[in-house]
Structures are given as structure tokens and as C-alpha cells.
Design a protein. Structure first.
Ligand code: HEM
Length: 146
């Protein structure tokens, strides 16, 4: 089924693009909540965004990567059509895993002491910056593909 943004993209790509932009904005709103010391609201906002993105990866992005990119690797890496989504996927997995680690560290007592960082600001700012880099590469994939 075709999408609603007036490009050649299928419906799921348009839905993913819009939801990803909303999630990127939600993380920025979450950052502002932390600045205002509203830590509980901050935790709910960032944690639920992390979980929703797991669903988006599982339902839309991983299947699309598996079917549309992996069969043409590594030969296709010379073309932006394949190299941009490959870089996007590598950075995206990193951002998702880093995000889950931060949620585990900041929101639970499940991690051993040796794995607990203290510098919350540094880790969370790095994650937010990386996340937005991933969104830019995702949007570039959308542009190249559709
Ligand atoms: C923090 C994690 C991630 C973010 C913020 C993110 C964001 C985005 C955005 C904004 C798009 C453009 C919308 C679209 O074309 O559907 C996109 C597309 C895509 N992403 Fe991600 N992504 C993430 C993780 C991943 C991962 C882990 C993979 C691979 C396993 C992946 C593979 C793809 C693929 C193949 C597309 C093109 C989908 C299509 O249009 O059919 N992404 N992503």
C-alpha cells in the first residue's frame, strides 16, 4: 500500500518516518524535563521512547534491511543506496543498545556495580546526539530510496 507523504514510499515507511521524527522530538522534550528536575517524567518519556523504537525496528526496519539491503552486501556498499542504510543500521543498533543500557542503569538496580556509570549527563547527552545522527541517516535512506 502506498504512503501518504506524496513520495514513492510504502505506507510503513511513511509511518516509520513520522513516528521516528516524533520520537526524536520526544527525546528532546525528555531532556528538557530533566533540566527542570522532573526526573520521573523524564524517565517515563525516554524509557517509553526506547521501548517503542524496539517495536519499530522489529516490525519495520529490520525486515526492510533484511530484504532490501543484506542480499546485496558486501558488493552493494559502493553505492549510497546500500551504504547509507548499512551505516544507519550499524549506528541504529548502537544507539538502541546504548539507550537500553542507560535505561537499565538509571531506572533499575539490575546492573552490577562495575557496570554502573556515574556521569549521567555525559552518557545521556552522547545518546541523544547519536540518536539524532541515526535519524538523519534514516531520513537520508528514505530520500535515497523514495
Ligand atoms: C535509534 C535507532 C533508529 C532510529 C532513530 C531510526 C530512524 C529511522 C528513520 C527516521 C528512518 C526513515 C523512515 C523510513 O524510511 O522508514 C529509518 C529507516 C530505516 N531504518 Fe532505521 N532507525 C533506527 C534503527 C535501525 C536499525 C537497528 C536498523 C536495522 C536493523 C534500521 C534500518 C532501517 C531501514 C532498512 C530503513 C529504511 C526502511 C524503509 O523505508 O523501508 N534502523 N530509520
Amino acid at each position: 500500500m502506498s504512503g501518504f507523504l506524496g513520495t514513492n514510499a510504502p505506507l510503513e515507511a511513511d509511518i516509520n518516518l513520522i513516528i521516528q521524527l516524533f520520537m526524536g522530538i520526544a527525546l528532546l522534550v525528555g531532556m528538557m524535563l530533566a533540566r527542570r528536575r522532573r526526573y520521573r517524567a523524564h524517565a517515563i518519556c525516554q524509557g517509553s521512547t526506547m521501548m517503542l523504537n524496539l517495536v519499530m525496528i522489529a516490525l519495520i526496519m529490520f525486515p526492510s534491511f533484511r530484504d532490501g539491503v543484506i542480499p546485496d552486501l558486501p558488493a552493494g556498499l559502493r553505492k549510497p543506496y546500500y551504504s547509507v542504510p548499512t551505516l544507519h543500521a550499524a549506528l541504529g543498533i548502537t544507539a538502541q543498545l546504548l539507550g537500553l543500557y542507560i535505561v537499565l542503569r538509571a531506572g533499575t538496580h539490575l546492573l552490577p556495580r562495575a557496570l554502573c556509570f556515574q556521569n549521567y549527563k555525559l552518557w545521556m547527552r552522547t545518546e541523544l546526539a547519536l540518536w539524532w545522527v541515526v535519524i538523519v541517516f534514516g531520513a537520508a535512506t528514505y530520500y535515497l530510496w523514495y
